[in-house]
Ligand binder design. Structure first.
Ligand code: P6P
Length: 359
């Protein structure tokens, strides 16, 4: 314990005992991510003072303007994972293809990292919280060079997931499947210190986070759910409060602490949704489920989705269990489940007393 607090490093080593066969690789991998997070934090915090804001005139695979900080953060996490030697492939939002870590040590490393190095980076120019989101898998292939197949794994296969939020303070929040713990960076000692042990998502919440500017493009089930949130009803503390800052990490972190729901649904402009499965939805879903919340596409559990593409997008409803379930109910009744899921979803429709789907 450093001056009465438990550092992230101490916590990781202590929890390593939860995994009897662990030889320390995952612990070292988490340490490598934390090191890069501290370096990125330093640049994010002084972004207004140095020439690192703004666009660099290129776009990423998503067609989004790449910010100088996006590229910087991407470079720092890749460098830390390369020098740490515990990761053989990095899948990052900022690169079209997977990155093979070519150092001799890393080629036989057993972990895969999917990462959004700086999510919500359009907010950096206006000093609103941004974040890093990461997801860690064990490679499936036994020998030889790891491949995309090792990356395209269901969210249930994650061995760890976390995010760093660069906000009024900088926090690292992560899970290895045994609960969720939050660490606040103490700049005076340069350490992430345990500040939010065993985080639990309130089952009932009163905050809803969605870009209502897209209202006319939303599915009917989402429109009906928004109206449900806005209707006066003392018995259920409605109307709820709308809070949306355009930064998934910032919105979900607030909702994790206070209770709430974050929704990025399909829209006519984004028919598959906007958020990426591998390095945004899966890690956040793992964390929120581990904290007692829920995460789905409105019909299917996020963590059960079989990935087919590296930058695959999915709709996401994530947060307090009762709020997500109410939104799912509205989606079932008013939007109708995509036929591609009819095997599982039609059973749910029958549970709701609605047989034969919805027009
Ligand atoms: P919109 C940031 O670009 C992001 O990926 C999430 O962090 C955020 O919640 C969402 O997109 C904002 O998207 O369309 O509302 O600006």
């Amino acid at each position: 314990m450093v001056c009465g607090v438990k550092t992230l490093g101490q916590f990781i080593i202590e929890k390593q005992a939860d995994f009897p066969y662990a030889k320390g690789e995952l612990s070292r991998l988490l340490r490598d991510i934390a090191i890069a997070a501290k370096i990125v934090n330093r640049e994010v915090n002084k972004a207004g003072l140095v020439d690192i804001l703004g666009d660099i005139g290129t776009t990423n695979i998503q067609g989004e303007e790449q910010k100088k900080l996006d590229v910087y953060a991407n470079e720092q996490f890749i460098a830390a994972l390369t020098s740490g030697g515990e990761c053989c492939i990095v899948a990052t939002e900022e690169e079209n293809e997977i990155i093979h870590i070519e150092s001799p040590v890393s080629q036989n490393a057993k972990y895969i990292v999917c990462i959004d190095p700086l999510d919500g980076s359009s907010n950096t120019d206006v000093n609103v919280a941004v974040g890093t989101i990461f997801s860690i898998y064990r490679r499936k292939s036994i020998d030889g060079k790891a491949s995309l197949t090792d990356v395209l794994q269901k969210g249930t296969q994650q061995v760890a997931a976390g995010y760093i939020i660069y906000g009024s303070s900088t926090m690292l929040v992560y899970t290895t499947g045994k609960g969720v713990n939050g660490f606040t960076l103490d700049p005076s000692i340069g350490e992430f210190c345990l500040s939010h042990a065993e985080m639990k998502m309130p089952e009932v919440g009163y905050l809803y986070s969605i870009n209502e500017g897209n209202y006319v493009h939303f599915p009917d089930g989402v429109k009906k759910y928004l109206k449900y949130c806005q209707v006066e009803d003392d018995a259920t503390n409605r109307p709820y409060t709308s809070r949306y800052i355009g930064s998934m990490v910032g919105d979900i972190h607030r909702n994790l602490i206070k209770g709430g729901i974050y929704i990025y649904p399909t829209t006519s402009k984004s028919p598959s949704g906007k958020l990426r499965l591998l390095y945004e939805c899966n890690p956040m879903a793992f964390i929120i489920e581990q904290a007692g919340g829920k995460a789905s596409t409105g019909f299917e559990r996020i963590l059960d989705i079989e990935p087919t593409e590296l930058h695959q997008r999915v709709p996401i409803f994530i947060g307090s269990k009762t709020m997500v379930e109410k939104a799912e109910e509205m989606m079932m009744i008013y939007t109708g489940a995509p036929k591609i899921l009819n095997g599982k979803v039609e059973a749910q429709l029958e549970n709701l007393g609605i047989v034969g789907g919805i027009d």
